[in-house]
Write a protein that binds this ligand. Sequence first.
Ligand code: CTP
Length: 414
Amino acid sequence: MRVILGVGGGIAAYKVASLLRLFTEAGHNVTVIPTDAATRFVGTATWEALSGNPVSNSVFDDVDKVNHVRLGQLADLVVIAPATADLVARAAAGMANDLLTGTLLMARCPVLMAPAMHTEMWEHPATVANIATLRSRGTLVLDPASGRLTGTDSGAGRLPEPADIFAAAMAACEGANHDRSPTASAPGSLVGRHLVITAGGTREPIDPVRYLGNRSSGKQGMALAAAALAEGATVELIVAHVEVPAPDGVDLVQVETAEQLRTATLRAAKQADALIMAAAVADFRPAEPVLTKIKKRPDGVDPVITLVRNPDILREAVEQRDAAGAGPVIVGFAAETGDPTADPLDHARQKLVRKGCDLLVLNQVGDGKVFGLDDTVATILDAHGAEPVEVAGTKTDVATAVVARVAAALTGRG
Ligand code: CTP
């Protein structure tokens, strides 16, 4: 791919040298366009040496090549890092007073901006409006990271890690459609986000040939993974027993038992923006799995299998997040039949409170409903006050609705 790497005039410009390396090592042809201010932080020679291409920010260099038109026209991807408040403002205003902003006006490929500035600048209404304008035009704008800023202050405004910018840029290119109009490449709502999704049914060994399992097909989890990928997220998919293949592009982790699922999920959740627990976890496991096959006894005495409770992984993920003070948006699933004491919705409401997750997706089961079928009716319950929403359709329809709610929750957090 032909990549334009625009560098804004902020201290984080030095980190962009690593980002440039990620692109060149992946085989992309990168032309760096620093603003004049950016060259006060990192000189032109560094960009030329690392990219192997000439570097300029003047529309009056190499005039015969008409660079201010050509570079944007030929680009397959434009990445701006750090996107300073000034550069964001000039891009939003459609200015073309240097080679970089001129290139931005010419480009019809995906454009990704990674802002870095002081928290006050990021939160200023002018910047907020400029970012909203850019996003409405199809520019992908990552949220800045939080942490130590230049000087003694800290807060939102750090440049996201180069590896995260690179991953978001690659996802943007994969997700972009081929209509090269300025508003065509509508950004995925989860670009730059990492989701962990569990799927399928756990199997708890009784002996080497038998297990306790359940009827989960894994279809809902797979549909969720596909929907998250389509919105530009990176996805770690932790699967127990499933009957359908995982979508291409996920980072797949295979487990069998609830205990293995627990270890993998709690580890992955620490790095996640969202955790969706679609797996059907066995609530109980044999207390003592037997290492040799249980045989029928000649004396006619049949075995008694004692069960013990499995850990509640969803609840533990919520506790882990709350103990850390921050962490993923957490979504649980509930399969309910209702009983004389309460209808399925009441059971789901109680479960939402008991589990402490942000969203709970209720499937009404019984009479052969849900397990393995493609069509379903789900109700999405929200712990933060929104009314329950019913979604009827395929598991893909439910997945799309759940992923949209996750994206909205993440946007609400900033
Ligand atoms: N879950 C979990 N760990 C368990 C059991 C369930 O993480 N040991 C998760 C499931 O992945 C699902 C949610 O909890 O997202 C609800 O699962 P469900 O089996 O309906 O809930 P239980 O806690 O088992 O509640 P109950 O059996 O009382 O209905």
